[in-house]
Ligand binder design. Structure first.
Ligand SMILES: C[S@@+](CC[C@H](N)C(=O)[O-])C[C@H]1O[C@@H](n2cnc3c(N)ncnc32)[C@H](O)[C@@H]1O
Length: 349
């Protein structure tokens, strides 16, 4: 293996992560028949290129719903690329017994859960199991990875930067109680209160006397079709056609809820187009979190839970967040954890 070439393959992983991934591929590649590696989430092919270099005789299957493999990074003849979902792959290869399963595809909680649930049966018992981006920034992956570790499904786990590798000791999924314990532990650990204080100051000026009522929102429009706009519109059950890009604003007498982190630039654009500043109310992360907090305090997260499609996620919201004490609900709001939790869980918008 050319270790100097390996660390310089362009990609999203840190150098220590590549070296750790390469070491896992070497282990898998020394198994009978050259070993078999299964990757969910090929991207441009850089993690597959690292594994290819480290384990020249292994069979590498890599799955992605989009074919974006880059010839500059990986020669596609060197791996078996499968365009589609984890389920498509499992149905087509039910007999596979991989030595290493590496999951780095959809980073929402529902996404990583689905990939694992579809693919763990294709990993031989005791085989290496890895996840990339196990960190609070990718909270869905962190909650899932930590619950697998806590539940004893993933044993001997070692993490290098955000790459966690361990062995599949217990196939299947952790039960709900494990997810709830993991969530409770995270809620106590997480602290981004500085950031939230800044957000609070930013929204206070624009929202003036507090949060909009559901009726006000239903009569208005949301500007911003990104994650924030979808979250705000989803929370109030606004139909898709009420979500606008800033250049789609026409009616200067309507009320607009600006959901974006580019507030100043968009405000300038809107006023230059003749929309009075008084028609626009800025929605910040803090404001969204405040809405979620209210739902938790008033109805134990019923509205929040109903926004998720997957039943396990709904239970985690209802029982995990809804079951916290009022003081804990307040504290996860202030620390920023509540906002992070909801946006990273796979909120459909
Ligand atoms: C972070 S990138 C993968 C990076 C790659 N492992 C690397 O390190 O070079 C995530 C990839 O997962 C794919 N993806 C997202 N959701 C998916 C899903 N449900 N099934 C399969 N692939 C998915 C995306 O198309 C994207 O290419």
């Amino acid at each position: 293996m050319d270790v100097l070439k390996l660390v310089d393959i362009p990609g999203l992983m840190s150098r220590p992560e590549r070296l750790f991934l390469a070491a896992a591929a070497v282990e898998a590649g020394t198994n009978a028949g050259g070993g078999t590696i299964l990757e969910a989430g090929s991207g441009y092919g850089s993690s597959a290129a690292v594994m290819r270099l480290a384990a020249p005789s292994a069979v590498i299957h890599t799955i992605d719903m989009n074919d974006v493999l880059s010839p500059a990074i990986l020669d596609r003849t060197q791996v078996l690329f499968h365009e589609g979902s984890a389920r498509d792959f499992r149905l087509a290869h039910p007999e596979l017994a991989a030595d290493f399963l590496f999951i780095d595809a959809d980073h929402s909680f529902a996404g990583v859960l689905t990939d694992y649930a579809e693919l763990f049966s294709l990993l031989r018992p005791g085989g290496l199991l890895g996840f990339h981006d196990v960190c609070f920034e990718h909270y869905g992956v962190k909650l899932f990875g930590d619950a697998l570790t806590r539940g004893g499904h993933l044993t001997g786990a070692v993490q290098v930067d955000t790459l966690r590798l361990g062995r599949l000791a217990k196939p299947g999924l952790p039960d709900l109680g494990i997810f709830l314990e993991t969530l409770r532990e995270h809620a106590g650990l997480f602290d981004r209160s500085e950031h939230m204080r800044h957000e609070q100051a930013r929204s206070a000026g624009h929202l003036g006397l507090g949060l909009p009522s559901a009726d006000e929102v239903r009569e208005g429009y949301v500007i911003g079709k990104g994650e924030m706009g979808k979250a705000f519109a989803g929370y109030f059950g606004l139909p898709r056609e009420r979500l606008l890009h800033s250049w789609e604003v026409r009616d200067v007498s309507a009320t607009y809820f600006l959901c974006s982190h580019e507030t100043t630039k968009i405000m300038q654009y809107l006023t230059s187009m003749g929309l009075p500043e008084s028609r626009v109310r800025v929605v910040s992360d803090h404001c969204l979190s405040w809405l979620y907090r209210q739902d938790l305090l008033e109805s134990r997260g019923e509205r929040l839970a109903s926004l998720f499609a997957d039943p396990l996620t709904q239970d985690i919201v209802r029982q995990g967040l809804g079951g916290l004490s009022d003081w804990e609900k307040e504290s996860i709001h202030r620390s920023g954890f509540l906002h992070l939790f909801i946006t990273r869980l796979g909120y459909p918008g």
